[in-house]
Design a binder for this molecule. Structure first.
Ligand code: GRF
Length: 202
């Protein structure tokens, strides 16, 4: 399968995918990263792609007259690489109508909380503030809501008394990276069906 990965930051989830593909070989893993897109320049995620010799593109919201035009441009840039799956790996923008019209049902996101609890940009902070004793990460398909799409897999992380947001997020990210690598590989190798809210992987 051909993957386009979207990033906004450090790109450690992207790196985990690149490492798994390098270790297993693209054929055995079932997928290769054909391009990496971002909504901003100057981020470690893009450097990771460049170091791996993978083409990159940047679509900045401020370069477009409207959010809808930005979304259409992002969809067009992504479509140019003809991906089978799009992986939103720490991409901090909501994907819009045009993007979902083209890639809905084959766009996977990773979120650092156990959805449907704590959606949105501050999933780790919100879980900690709520006082939960366990949180984790969720890999799900993207739909038109914020972190509301069909869930593929989740990983649990215990909250420690001494945790602050960054310590907890680091532990979540360790689980998240391996979950994402496992899920993307399974989707790519086995295919899948989305039946309502249920994701079936044969
Ligand atoms: C991940 O925890 C992702 O779920 C969240 O931001 C983090 C991205 O990390 N939204 P990285 O850029 O892959 O290192």
């Amino acid at each position: 399968a051909r993957l386009v990965v979207l990033v906004s930051g450090s790109g450690t989830n992207l790196q985990a995918l690149l490492d798994a593909i390098a270790d297993d070989g693209a054929a055995a893993y079932g997928a290769e990263v054909v391009a990496v897109g971002a909504d901003r320049g100057d981020i470690a995620g893009l450097e990771r792609a460049e170091r791996a010799g993978i083409p990159t593109f940047v679509c900045r919201v401020k370069d477009y007259a409207s959010r809808a035009e930005w979304d259409a441009a992002l969809a067009a840039e992504t479509a140019a690489y003809a991906p089978d799956l799009v992986v939103s790996a720490g991409f901090m923008k909501i994907l819009g109508k045009e993007f979902l019209a083209r890639f809905g049902g084959r766009c996977v996101n990773t979120h650092p909380a156990l959805l449907p609890s704590f959606p949105g940009a501050h999933g780790v902070r919100d879980a900690l503030a709520y006082g939960v004793k366990a949180t984790g990460c969720t890999v799900h398909f993207v739909d038109d809501g914020v972190d509301t799409g069909p869930i593929i897999a989740q990983g649990v992380v215990e909250v420690r008394d001494e945790d602050d947001e960054s310590a907890l997020h680091e532990r979540i990210k360790e689980v998240e990276r391996s979950l994402l690598v496992e899920v993307v590989g399974r989707l790519a190798r086995h295919g899948y069906r989305i039946e309502g809210r249920k994701v079936r992987i044969p």
